[in-house]
Write a protein that binds this ligand. Sequence first.
Ligand code: SF4
Length: 333
Amino acid sequence: MQDFVAEGGLPYRATPFWLSLADEEPEACARNAHGVPVDPILAQALPSPAEALGSPLELRDPLGEAGNTIFERAVRQYRSRILVRATGQCFLFCRHCYRRALLPSELHFLDEAAIAALSEYLAVHPEVREVLVSGGDPLTASDAQLAGLFGAIRSVPRPILIRICTRAPIVLPARVGAELVDLLARTRPLTMVLHINHPRELSAPFLDRAEALMKAGIPLHSQTVLLRGINDAPDILIELFSTLSLRGIRPYYLFQGDLAAGTAHFRVPLSRGLAIYETLRKELSGLELPRYAVDAPGGGGKIYLPEGIVERKAKSWVLSASDGSLHEYPEEE
Ligand code: SF4
């Protein structure tokens, strides 16, 4: 793993495997007028001057997780599920990450007290049916650390679905060895949601590991962030989602970019995202088509698009969340 801290921002980190998926060498790659690499693999990994530009609309915590925190690293935004940020470590620090401001301060794995707090909370909240194990990337932790966390969840005497949110099989397929597959299989009911943004990420080693996970009974889903200059073209997304579906990985979500500080250069105007999605709806089958969604800025949960649109104003959209609350999302250039 290559690792160094870029001054004043999200650290740079990428695996040699991830960089091998690029068509160019990182040191000499072509960059656009804002200094962002043109190659879709390098654009997700290499810091650029555009990250310092910021926008007054952007937030450090764009999903409002702080306001929904129930105890250290645990977020409850929905009645039936809890999200746990197991670690701030990632094999690849994605430049568009909406938790980019949080990760550097949460690099250690959950400690024993936090894990105990989780199982105690689950024990007295029977309405919680699912725990999302996120981060960072939880698979940066050792198998022993993961087994400790899973064991605490499984100590609660009712079935709870564990959802692992990860990029590990894509950016470091070797992490998904036989021992990890076995641990995950023993921990079922467990499902995995893979963050995948471009067809170039569907490498042979990744597909091999995905096959191993599915053979072990782990259902795989994908989530994709709509990213300017990386995948904001229908033909790229059609190739991505149809290939995923063919391989047995269910395209689950296509996310409109969150208003995370330093990511304006990646966001696609919502009007354009809606036009792209309209094309996807025509070209993809129901099995291949993910749901298009945006997280309400500052909290409020997921809003499906275009269903959640209430009104378009001159420079923003009014969106309605599932609880009926209204939220504004900007129409950017
Ligand atoms: S792997 Fe996930 S948590 Fe880590 S930087 Fe990328 S998007 Fe963020």
